[in-house]
Design a protein around this ligand. Structure first.
Ligand code: CAA
Length: 285
């Protein structure tokens, strides 16, 4: 099956990035949010990214207009009725995701594929909220989506080979490097990276080094583009807490337990760049 029309549920950091990349790759995209304010905010970010590319001479004004023309915002799930593929990028909450998938199942054409961008939740459980679990899989993008080349496609014991083949071709058409992961907690990349984030937070929590030195150690010692604490702020501390909590719940191994400091920061509303404050302060230029 060839994908032509794409839907994206959620116009936050990830959903907006996914919609932008799809529209840039020539797909017609419908993107939804729960209200007009969030939709307008998300669309503004996408348009701002495209305008920056024009300023840098990476896109022409005509290409920018064509990409924007392929993006349509909505607050109604019914508008996904004609989509070939819908990618869900709502917050990491199983109850919410199951409701979204049940609703999509009701409105989407029988052949449509549905994917979740979850970074930690069980894809099989999400698939079973629909009457088409063979057409559901994980498509896990990385932040910032327009820049990061990786796409993890998460297959389940009920997803079909045909669904996987279509998702893989689609991912490659976006210019992504596709890796195949089984439906296990945090898949491949996060399963390997999470212990590093947790240790970085513990080293900071225990007062063993400053946040700058922790980040510099990984930037200059391991050539990472940014240190783990700065990256945690970029991804969002609430998102990381969901990931660690769900890994801890699944494995029941203290190795995956979220650091106390992370819990306290999220409780205090220190969510990283999106709230202006995380390990670093983003309120001052
Ligand atoms: N959206 C779109 N484009 C962006 C962007 C964003 N949010 N942030 C940066 N860019 C683009 C810039 O426009 C720039 O593009 P050009 O090369 O075309 O000019 C390019 O990225 C480089 O940006 P900068 O020069 O501003 O800054 P930089 O060189 O320091 O790179 C970075 C910034 C791309 C974020 C880089 O630091 C990086 O790669 N960091 C690591 C990111 C990472 O590891 N992401 C994975 C997070 S984990 C995850 O997402 C999975 C999960 O489940 C939680």
């Amino acid at each position: 099956m060839a994908i032509k029309k794409v839907g994206v549920v959620g116009c936050g950091i990830m959903g907006g990035g996914i919609a932008q990349v799809c529209a840039q790759s020539g797909y017609e995209v419908t993107i939804s949010e729960i209200n007009d304010d969030l939709l307008n905010k998300g669309m503004k970010v996408i348009k701002g990214n495209l305008a920056k590319s024009v300023e840098k001479g990476k896109l022409s004004k005509e290409e920018e207009a064509a990409i924007v023309g392929r993006l349509k915002g909505t607050t109604k799930i019914e508008d996904f009725g004609d989509r070939d593929l819908v990618i869900e990028a709502a917050v990491e909450n199983m109850g919410l995701k199951k409701k979204i998938f049940a609703d999509l199942d009701r409105v989407c054409a029988p052949g449509a594929i549905m994917a979740t961008n979850t970074s930690c939740l069980c894809v099989t459980e999400i698939a079973m909220a629909t009457k088409r679990p063979d057409k559901v899989l994980g498509m896990h993008f990385f932040n910032p989506v327009p820049v990061m080349k990786l796409l993890e496609i998460v297959t389940t014991i009920v997803s079909s080979q045909e669904t996987f083949n279509t998702a893989k071709s689609f991912g490659q058409s976006l210019g992504k490097v596709v890796v195949i992961a089984k439906d296990t907690p945090a898949f491949i990349a996060n399963r390997i990276a999470v212990p590093m984030f947790i240790e970085a937070m513990k080293v900071y929590e225990e007062g063993l080094a400053t946040k700058e030195d922790i980040d510099n150690a990984m930037v200059y010692g391991y050539n990472h583009p940014m240190g783990p604490l700065a990256l945690a702020d970029l991804v969002g501390l609430d998102t990381l807490l969901y990931v660690y909590d769900s890994m801890y719940q699944e494995f029941k191994d203290p190795k995956w337990a979220p650091p106390l400091l992370l819990k306290r920061m999220v409780t205090a509303g220190h969510l990283g760049r999106k709230s202006g404050k995380g390990f670093y302060d983003y309120t001052k230029k």
